[in-house]
Design a protein around this ligand. Structure first.
Ligand SMILES: *Cc1c(COP(=O)(O)O)cnc(C)c1O
Length: 429
């Protein structure tokens, strides 16, 4: 590892992305407690739903316990349309579902909650999201597929013009996972708006590391009032309108609490400020790393990301040898070259948190037997992340191999960031 002895470690750990509280959060939580509205009903929930629906530009919002629960209810709704009469837990039974490959596994797990079969679609290099060319190829290979789960990675919108067009042509529904992309927007020729307006069913997240947090929590968004009503009912144990607990269908305990909603409501007031801070961080990294053989995570001209995390990709020619097993790694330092793990170790040595790029789904043991489609057709399943010399990896594996997420906390000062940049720079010595 590069020598960092003369860079003094941060006294307080510098995080990838930690919650940023402002004051209103406490006020709204206090009001909830003082008025005894601490359960899953109350002013904070109502106001948060209104705020997010208006901000994103959708008609309906249902506050839930997590982004994952919003995705699960999305799967049930999509399944209800595509596979009517299916049993609970089997809404997607017998169905292949095209899914983003380079994403967090919460995008995909809910497909399995409903017995569907994810088929992963490779990633493009312009935004690190689902590759429209690979998606088109996948529809050639599996023409019966009617559902696509699309994530916007790290707050960078996917190529929505192309993806919406392909899905419309193949009459496929879209579940939009906007968990990382609240506040990001896209101005296309065919579609435009904020992330969270493009799907038939949409999920956002208020997890602790997201751009707006409720400590935990998530939201289901839709323009369809019936779907919103169903999601709301399912999320509160599917209680019927009756004097007693009356149940006609299976329910879930997925509703947001009014306490968490108070935190999210207060935090949501600061979303523009958070995005501006994240953008400044991204731009300082881009400038600070300019002289090095690296690039920061790219975005399309048509978009304005929320810049949730800044990531970097090491040029191929400047990668030293790095080998990854399932849970360990090795690298061999070479002069003038580095690799993600050397940089991550160097960051850890100054008490800063970085992280590898999300490991693609098709490389995960849990999903290794699933289909994976690249622009050329069938992708090759990988037994591990090892990339042989001369091997041409798929795009997702390549970004995973050469990339990493940099500390992107919106409380990071320019001085602290300069130290981070300097630490990265020394790894190339
Ligand atoms: C965080 C995240 C989720 C899940 O949200 P939770 O609120 O943590 O359940 C889903 N998809 C992606 C891409 C995420 O980053």
């Amino acid at each position: 590892m590069a020598k960092m002895n003369d860079i003094k470690p941060f006294e307080k750990r510098l995080y990838l992305a930690s919650p940023t509280m402002h004051g209103e959060e406490l006020q709204f939580v206090k009001e909830a407690i003082e008025t005894n509205w601490v359960s899953t009903v109350g002013e904070n929930i109502n106001r948060l739903e209104e705020m997010v629906a208006e901000y994103v530009g959708v008609k309906h919002a249902v506050a839930l316990a997590s982004g994952t629960s919003a995705l699960h209810l999305s799967m049930k709704l999509a399944g209800g349309k595509l596979n009517p009469g299916a049993k609970p837990g089997q809404a997607l039974k017998g169905m292949k579902v095209f899914c983003s490959d380079l994403t967090f596994d919460a995008s995909v797990n809910p497909v399995l909650y409903e017995d569907g079969e994810p088929v992963f679609i490779d990633t493009e290099r312009d935004t690190w999201n689902m590759d429209p060319a690979a998606l088109e190829k996948a529809f050639e290979m599996y023409p019966d597929v009617k559902l696509v789960v699309l994530a916007h990675l790290y707050g960078v919108p996917a190529k929505m013009d192309e993806i919406v067009d392909i899905c419309r042509r193949h009459k496929a529904l879209i579940i939009e996972d906007a968990a990382e992309a609240l506040g990001a927007s896209y101005e296309g020729a065919r579609v435009s708006g904020k992330c969270g307006t493009f799907g038939d069913y949409i999920a956002v997240s208020f997890n602790g590391n997201k751009i707006v947090t409720g400590s935990t929590g998530g939201m289901f968004l839709t323009n369809d009032g019936n779907d919103a009503d169903k999601a709301r009912k399912w999320s509160t144990q599917s209680r019927e309108d009756a004097p007693w607990y009356q149940h006609e269908e299976l329910g879930y305990n997925y509703r947001m609490s009014n306490i968490d909603a108070g935190i999210a409501r207060g935090n949501m007031l600061h979303i523009s400020e958070h995005i501006a801070q994240k953008k400044a961080i991204y731009e300082r990294y881009r400038e600070g790393l300019r002289a090095l053989p690296v690039s920061v995570n790219p975005y399309d001209d048509r978009t304005e990301p929320n810049f949730w995390l800044t990531c970097m990709l090491i040029d191929e020619a400047s990668m030293c040898k790095q080998v990854r097993g399932e849970k360990e790694y090795l690298y061999i330092k070479e002069k003038g070259k580095t690799c993600p793990h050397e940089i991550l170790e160097a960051l850890a040595s100054i008490n800063a948190e970085g992280r590898p790029i999300w490991k693609p789904m098709h490389m995960q043991p849990i999903y290794r037997t699933h289909g994976f489609v690249t622009c050329d057709g069938y992708g090759r399943a990988r037994s591990n992340a090892y990339i042989d010399e001369g091997d041409i990896p798929d795009t997702g594996a390549d970004i995973f191999n050469r990339g990493l997420c940099l500390p992107s906390d919106n409380k990071m000062t320019p001085d602290q960031q300069e130290k981070v940049i300097d630490t990265v720079r020394r790894c190339f010595e």
